[in-house]
Design a protein. Structure first.
Length: 418
């Protein structure tokens, strides 16, 4: 996992990222603190890119892919940051790096297995559930297709296949998935029956805006005709028969304008940063709503049990939609948070200098590391924090950057950079 923070105002944008990368399989996890997550997208223009979640795409490190694109565009530039992003994905779609059939098959299997692992984790709550695992998984798949999928938006970037075509492409992987389940849980499965349900559910997942195993790409900086910085995130997961599965994450776009003069955007592990920004932990915010719902339920129940309450009044209380009151409570609570804390903080951020932007971005990432370090949580954020500042006039400037080599011994590297 990772922690990435982007802070923007009219001066520029600061982006910071830790160095931790987590490698895992069905049974094991290991964390390394040596990953590079911030890169220049162009050697000559004020544009950068940060990555989070997976450090590879279809078996190829993102660092290699990004540097190949950087070599491809050379000194060319674009009018807007969105044009850089669109050109990058146009190049990615046309690239033949991912065309090897074995590569697609391997990644499809890995993604399918990850999808099934999530279903298993959601299905097994007790030891009794393990004994009925096949029944639980089939029931989950049926509910997923009938209840969850209809509420999801279809993925515009993956329309080349119908759900039926996708199912046909992945159903041959289902027996391997079932073998893994049998070995891990020491149970016998009806592979054909379970495999068919799993394949249908996974095919539907691929067609909709859901991402479990993906890389987040954060494009940031300026186009030639942009006076203020922008930050445009994208989620991308795989290539299948030349079709790229990705989505522009418009909800987390950050665009500085004359009216909106500062923004802070956290990615990946955001809980600590959101606590600082909002003045309350996101978990506590949700917990407060749950407590309020429990209080209302108990309060209404006790009133209905009071002697002398008219029956029509008691029935009216019983038909109250308590969820609507809880939603109203959350909205009012958040408006208070916004007025008392967020707006004041963002007002201060709008006046920060470039140096202060960098220091704040580093601090937000480092505080996430400290939270993981001094609690019983897995230390999935750690290592040196890399920080860069991008401005319209000065371009991409490294504030802190780790090297896998000694810069003093490799001066020719810097001489050859351009």
């Amino acid at each position: 996992m990772t922690a990435v923070a982007g802070i923007l105002n009219k001066q520029g944008v600061a982006i910071a990222a830790d160095s931790a990368v987590t490698v895992s399989d069905m049974n094991n996890r290991k964390v390394y603190n040596s990953a590079n997550k911030i890169f220049t997208l162009s050697k000559y223009h004020p544009v950068g890119i940060a990555i989070y979640n997976s450090a590879e795409f279809m078996g190829i490190p993102w660092e290699v892919i990004i540097k190949e694109y950087r070599k491809k565009i050379g000194n060319n530039s674009f009018d807007t940051l969105q044009d850089y992003r669109d050109d990058f994905f146009r190049w990615l779609k046309e690239s033949d790096y991912f065309s090897q059939e074995w590569n697609e098959e391997s990644h499809l299997y890995s993604d399918f297995l990850n999808f099934v692992q999530v279903i298993i984790n959601d299905s097994i709550k007790t030891n009794a559930d393990r004994d009925k695992l096949q029944e639980k998984l089939i029931g989950y798949c049926e509910r997923y297709l009938s209840q969850s999928i209809p509420r999801q938006q279809k993925l515009e970037s993956f329309t080349a296949f119908s759900a039926k075509e996708l199912e046909e492409k992945i159903v041959h992987l289902a027996p391997q998935i079932c073998d893994v389940i049998e070995k891990n849980f020491a149970i016998d499965l009806q592979e054909k029956l379970l495999g068919s349900h799993l394949a249908k559910a996974y095919a539907a997942y691929l067609k909709h805006e859901q991402f479990l195993q993906f890389t987040g790409l954060v494009f940031t900086g300026y186009g030639d005709k942009e006076l203020f910085p922008r930050l445009l995130p994208v989620k991308v997961s795989m290539v299948l028969d030349g079709s790229l599965r990705y989505i522009y994450d418009s909800k987390q776009e950050a665009i500085i304008t004359s009216e909106r003069d500062s923004m802070i955007m956290p990615f990946a592990q955001t809980d600590v940063i959101q606590t600082i920004l909002q003045g309350i932990s996101p978990d506590l915010f949700v917990l407060s709503a749950n407590i309020f719902h429990s209080f209302l339920t108990d309060f209404v129940s006790k009133i209905r049990q009071t002697d002398g309450i008219p029956s029509n009044f008691s029935e009216g209380l019983g038909s109250l939609n308590l969820n609507s009151y809880v939603e109203s409570y959350q909205k009012q609570f958040f408006e208070i948070i916004r007025e008392k804390h967020i707006d004041k903080l963002m007002s201060a951020v709008s006046h920060l200098s470039k140096e202060d932007l960098a220091e704040m971005a580093e601090s937000l990432v480092y505080l996430t590391y400290l939270k993981r370090r001094f609690t019983m949580a897995e230390e999935s954020v750690g290592g040196p924090v890399d920080i860069a500042v991008i401005t319209k006039g000065d371009g991409f400037i490294w504030i802190k950057r780790k090297h896998y080599f000694d810069p003093e011994l490799n001066k020719t590297f810097f001489q050859k950079y351009f």
